[in-house]
Ligand binder design. Structure first.
Ligand code: LLP
Length: 405
């Protein structure tokens, strides 16, 4: 295993034998604060956003960061200041985004289970649109609008019946998945709401899954949706806006993943002749590479045929390895030459509290520090208090500046 973070985390790297996040030493952070700690590079987050934005030459999409990937207030703040909108999936995410001063006309609200209360709140706050996931939801929205005497824009989330070829548990675009409206029902819904005074159906949306590392599933889904837009046009319905969701993978394990420039070129090639507003909802791509989970070795333990490295971060802090068998690289904060194989495990009373098995890392001892890489997305936000362990502290780094959040 390469003892380095992947190319997408430029701002987390060794200076000599010591690991730094931007200009800040992770060893010093470990000694100053109580581990485990999520540490994020602000520069990396800004660069990820700007790279995505700049890779589009013709169409200028509205980039709505998927808040679910990491709802840290400072991240929302940093991204909205450089022009990002937000994709929210709960009333609380919407509230937080508005508190951070996000432009309400750049906020889309997705999700299959928006409650009446959440729908009311979104309508009152006059956000850009609700991405609607069922006919049932749409009729509830209609009643709420009538009651509030207000209007709302909605886009219909299409289930394109496409397998994104990613982890089973994070695929969302197959017909058996709970998400979106079957493509066969879309025209009927447009017709039904044609003259509705409260609801304006302004377009379509899709999201086929997460950590998609090939272009092909995107290509298939985007072509299907383009076809639908053209067919709707023939029936007299104009889609003004198209939300293409998120899903772009990051590089967790030095394997090839898709290039953001190819993703952007694909979107421009398929949609630039439609003269339609494009919305993107990237989550993982914006923040995944910006974060590490800094942890300390509690002790080593000699097993029957292997050695365990027991660390103070557990599956309550980072559940991805136990929930999805997801791989996160682990590297030492202070490099040395001597190698050794370990199972890296947390303190939680479950066998699934294992981060890596049989991993070659350098020899480590009690109180040494290490980091679990690429944990900026779906790390802290999925944490729990299991075993009554506390949540990991979160720290934002900007050069030498440290913001405790
Ligand atoms: N838009 C919608 C409607 C979504 O459901 C999601 C993610 C996104 C955008 C952002 O997708 P991204 O760009 O982050 O792939 N907890 C899982 C990932 C779940 C993704 C849920 N939806 C994980 O740890 O891998």
């Amino acid at each position: 295993m390469k003892m380095d973070i992947h190319r997408q985390s430029k701002h987390i790297s060794y200076k000599g034998n010591n690991l730094f996040i931007e200009e800040t030493s992770l060893l010093e952070l470990g000694e100053k604060f109580q581990t485990p700690i999520y540490c994020y590079s602000i520069k990396q987050i800004r660069e990820n956003f700007l790279e995505l934005k700049n890779s589009f030459k013709k169409i200028k999409p509205i980039i709505c960061y998927a808040v679910k990937a990491n709802f840290n207030k400072k991240i929302i703040d940093v991204l909205s200041k450089i022009g990002a909108g937000m994709d929210v999936v709960s009333g609380e995410e919407l509230k937080l985004s508005l508190e951070c001063g996000v432009d309400r006309k750049k906020i889309v609200f997705s999700g299959v289970g928006k409650t009446e209360q959440e729908i009311k709140y979104a309508i009152k706050k006059n956000i850009k649109q609700l991405n609607v996931e069922s006919e049932e939801e749409l009729s509830e929205i209609n009643l709420i609008c009538l009651y509030l005497k207000k209007k709302i824009n909605v886009s219909l989330r299409v289930n394109p019946d496409i397998d994104a070829g990613t982890l089973e548990k994070i695929s969302t675009g197959r017909s058996e998945d709970k998400f979106g409206i079957s493509k066969n029902k879309i025209l009927k819904i447009f017709k039904k709401y044609k003259s509705n005074k409260n609801i304006k159906i302004n377009g379509l949306s899709i999201h086929i899954g997460s950590q998609i590392n090939k272009l092909d599933p995107f290509k298939k889904a985007f072509k299907k949706i383009k076809n639908m837009i053209e067919n709707l046009k023939k029936e007299g319905f104009v889609c003004e806006t198209l939300d293409l969701g998120g899903g772009v993978a990051i590089d967790y394990d030095d394997s090839k993943t898709l290039k953001i420039s190819d993703y952007a070129a694909l979107i421009e090639k398929i949609f630039s002749d439609l003269n339609i507003e494009i919305i993107l909802e990237p989550g993982r791509y914006m923040v995944g590479s910006s974060g590490v989970l800094l942890s300390k070795v509690v002790r080593t333990k000699k097993g029957e045929n292997k050695d365990f490295l027991i660390i103070d971060a557990g599956m309550n802090n980072l559940i991805r390895p136990s929930l999805y068998n997801a791989f996160h690289k682990i590297i030492p904060v202070k490099k040395s030459k001597k190698e050794r194989k370990y199972d890296v495990v947390g303190p939680i009373c479950e066998t699934s509290d294992t981060f890596l098995k049989n991993m070659k890392i350098q020899e480590m001892k009690k109180d040494d520090y290490l980091v679990i890489c690429s944990t900026g997305a779906y790390g802290s936000c999925m944490a729990s208090n299991y075993n009554l362990r506390g949540l990991a502290k979160e720290i934002m780094i900007d050069g030498k500046k440290i913001f405790e959040t």
